[in-house]
Design a protein around this ligand. Structure first.
Ligand code: NZQ
Ligand code: ZN
Length: 391
């Protein structure tokens, strides 16, 4: 196991009827003028936004609203948010929504106290050394952004989707009421499950030895998602299924599953090019990319793939490592299919001759080399996209 430091200061407020106290939590963390940031329409339609506004009013907390964050959030909304926060002297940001809203809020939080262009952080030419405090009310378990130190924003003009990591981007608190996810359509529940599983698997597939505790944690989170996602899709108002999925999403990406081990993140890099170029859901892209990546790299650490097959999918090891590893990869694919997720580029609406464009932006974003379980270059990336195209 590698040395590590793990600091996850987010306070999680989990369960039914937790939204009504949001104003009190904001007060606890010093917010007096709030930017209320939200998405397209789901939070307005469900009445959640009105409930949050009431909670702020009850505590006499002033706020301004900025809605309309789109899935795969873009830089133009971030600039708008930064300008609004400065003009209104906002000192706290509340994101009401999923990963897209939360990530937009994080970029705004970092951009407000910084005199330059916030995109410099994503170019990695400047490091974040402070940000406005932000909190979340999570409405879809998927990105893990409610507990993560990451944000992912797309620079619209160049079509560059980039991630950024900083301890200043961890929410100070996250309200997580599983009943808020009852309204999720099945496709969003499935995209979320694929994303959470991918967050675990980016950590699970490592060359670091002696990491049984995190292996077991990863397997537990995966097994819970595999059990609960189909239940939540069949019974959208099943509280226990929704609750377990919601917490699984946080565990998958707050860092606890990855401590002491080298993480991979090649599949996320490959996927971000898809969602940047075609606007597809991140989880849908991962359902196609992750098994393709596995098929390409499994021989670089076959024992780990055998362990995945046996412990996660219950496949019996018959002495043939290759066969067992491939059965595990196939079981993952079949599970994604059973949730109605796409399994190839055509089902994602992507023609394989667009691979040149994907490689072009991937090269810009990675500098030509990426991945850790197996170091990859652009020839490898092309081969993985070709596997994904066929499914
Ligand atoms: O915009 P509205 O109308 O609210 O609708 C949203 C959106 O269309 C809808 N939705 C959310 N909660 C709902 C709901 N519909 C009904 N009932 C509810 N309770 O769901 C749609 C998708 O929302 P979005 O926020 O885009 O989904 P998700 O949470 O999957 O976030 C995706 C973004 O997160 C990034 C992805 O790249 C993508 O841009 N990621 C962020 C990470 C992080 N910050 O740590 C890590 C991830 O790997 C990921 O890359
Ligand atoms: Zn993800």
């Amino acid at each position: 196991m590698d040395n590590f430091r793990f600091y996850c200061p987010t306070e999680f407020i989990f369960g039914k009827n937790t939204v009504e106290k949001t104003g009190q939590w904001i007060k606890k963390y010093g917010g007096t003028k709030v930017l209320l940031h939200y998405g397209g329409q789901s939070a307005v339609k469900s009445g959640l936004l009105a409930e949050v506004e009431n909670s702020l009013k009850n505590e006499f907390i002033e706020y301004v609203k900025l809605g309309g964050v789109q899935p795969n959030p873009i830089d133009t909304m971030v600039y708008q948010g930064i300008e609004l926060c400065r003009k209104e002297q906002v000192n706290f940001i509340l994101a009401v929504g999923g990963g897209s809203v939360i990530d937009s809020a994080k970029a705004i939080a970092a951009g407000v106290p910084y005199a330059g262009d916030f995109w410099n952080f994503f170019e990695k030419t400047v490091t974040i050394n402070r940000a406005l405090p932000l909190a979340t009310i999570l409405t879809i378990p998927a990105s893990g952004s409610e507990g993560s130190e990451n944000t992912v924003i797309t620079k619209k003009k160049e079509g560059l989707k980039r991630g950024l990591k900083s301890q200043y981007l961890r929410p100070v608190f996250s309200v997580m009421d599983p009943t808020l996810t009852f309204t999720l359509p099945n496709n969003q529940t499935a995209y979320g499950a694929a994303d959470m599983m991918a967050h675990v698997m980016e950590r699970y597939f490592t060359q670091t030895q002696g990491v049984d505790i995190t292996d077991r944690l990863c397997e537990a989170v995966l097994l819970s998602i595999i059990k609960e996602a189909p239940v939540a899709m069949k019974e959208p108002r099943n509280y226990e299924a929704r609750a377990n999925l919601m917490w699984a999403g946080t565990m998958a990406h707050n860092g606890i599953c990855g401590v002491g081990r080298e993480e991979d993140w090649a599949s996320h890099g490959l996927e971000h090019e898809l969602s940047a170029l075609y606007g597809i859901a991140h989880g849908a892209g991962l359902a196609v990319i992750f098994p393709a990546w596995m098929q390409y790299v499994y021989t670089s650490g076959i024992d780990r793939f055998v362990q995945f097959a046996v412990r996660v999918w219950g496949i019996e090891f018959n002495g043939d490592k290759k066969e067992t590893a491939l059965k595990g990869i196939n079981a993952l694919k079949e599970f994604f299919s059973s949730l109605g997720l796409p399994v190839n580029f055509v089902q994602l609406g992507i023609q394989s001759n667009d691979i040149d464009q994907l490689i072009h932006t991937l090269r810009i974003n990675t500098g030509g080399q990426f991945g850790a379980f197996r170091k990859l270059d652009m020839t490898d990336a092309r081969a993985i996209y070709e596997i994904a195209a066929k499914g």
